[in-house]
Ligand binder design. Structure first.
Ligand SMILES: O=C(O)C(=O)Cc1ccccc1
Length: 284
């Protein structure tokens, strides 16, 4: 049976993503995103599933940076999960939930619920922790402290908390993308869902003299009718103003079009790395 590592503890959104897509696996929680990715390179697990990008809040930079700069693992799949955030407290504080003295959650969850937090807990300290489920577990364990967590309904159940305010995220169309990583670039063997399409992700660093370089890179895709679903720049960490680009193409790596675009971009003096060509799964 294959082993799948995820950002834990149990009942994180990442855990839900794993359980919704993988079939016949054992799943293993890790406390942080880097330790989950290390789980694959250390051969403790076959796959790692980590959050990459949220529709409201943007990229999880920790994931992208660790993947690019520390442990370069092939992307073998992507999961898109709808996100509903709820506010929960220990059952003994149900009546006085509006008087909590601290709110705990993952930084992206806090950012997704900004309006709720501003309206309801304007002067309450916010505490960022490694995941939403970790926050729920913490709130349960510290029952003497009057604190609350933002997390999902499974975390409320799992850790014995009471949801006192449902759907506290600011916008309805809240989804998160998760990456599936595997050292051998091995596709998923058995899945509970059919995939919804394919993507190919490239990392591109521009040549030394970048006047018009990005424009020329993008036109290599455009005249081949290669649709891009994302372009993101991240610092190279070699000095201010040095960036690389992550580009998602909305199709599988083929024999002609994408290799042609890569050759054209390399001819411009840019460096291109294929990070993965993989199916994506959209959970309803
Ligand atoms: O903390 C979690 O539950 C995660 O899986 C990361 C996350 C946090 C907020 C929105 C989506 C995923």
């Amino acid at each position: 049976m294959k082993k799948v590592g995820y950002l834990g503890p149990e009942a994180t959104f990442t855990h839900i993503a794993v359980e919704s897509v993988f079939k016949q696996i054992t799943s293993h929680p890790y406390r942080t995103i880097p330790s989950c990715i290390d789980g694959v390179t250390d051969r403790e697990v076959d796959y790692a599933v980590v959050p990459l990008e949220n529709a409201l809040e943007g990229s999880v930079n920790l994931t992208l940076d660790y993947l690019i700069h520390e442990k370069r693992l092939p992307i073998v799949g992507e999961i898109v999960l709808p996100i509903r955030q709820h506010f929960m407290v220990h059952p003994k504080y149900i009546e006085e939930w509006q008087n909590v003295e601290g709110v705990y959650s993952h930084p992206h969850a806090i950012a997704q619920c900004h309006k709720f937090l501003h309206d309801t807990f304007r002067n309450t300290p916010l505490h960022e922790v490694t995941s939403t489920a970790y926050a729920a577990q913490h709130v349960y364990e510290k029952e003497d402290e009057k604190i609350g967590a933002i997390a999902n309904e499974f975390a409320a159940k799992k850790y014995g908390l009471q949801i006192v305010k449902k759907d506290v995220h600011d916008y309805d169309h809240n989804t998160t993308r998760f990456l599936i990583l595997n050292q051998e670039n091995a596709p998923l063997e058995q899945t509970l869902l059919e995939h919804n399409g394919y993507k190919t992700t490239l990392m591109i660093t521009l040549s030394e003299n970048p006047a018009g370089a990005l424009h020329r890179v993008l036109s290599a895709f455009s005249w081949r009718n290669l649709n891009l679903s994302k372009i993101e720049s991240r610092p190279m960490k070699t000095g201010l103003g040095n960036y690389f680009f992550i580009i998602d193409i909305e199709q599988k790596l083929d024999d002609v079009l994408i290799p042609g675009a890569i050759a054209e971009i390399e001819a411009l003096g840019c460096n291109v790395t294929l990070l993965g060509s993989y199916p994506y799964y959209i959970i309803k």
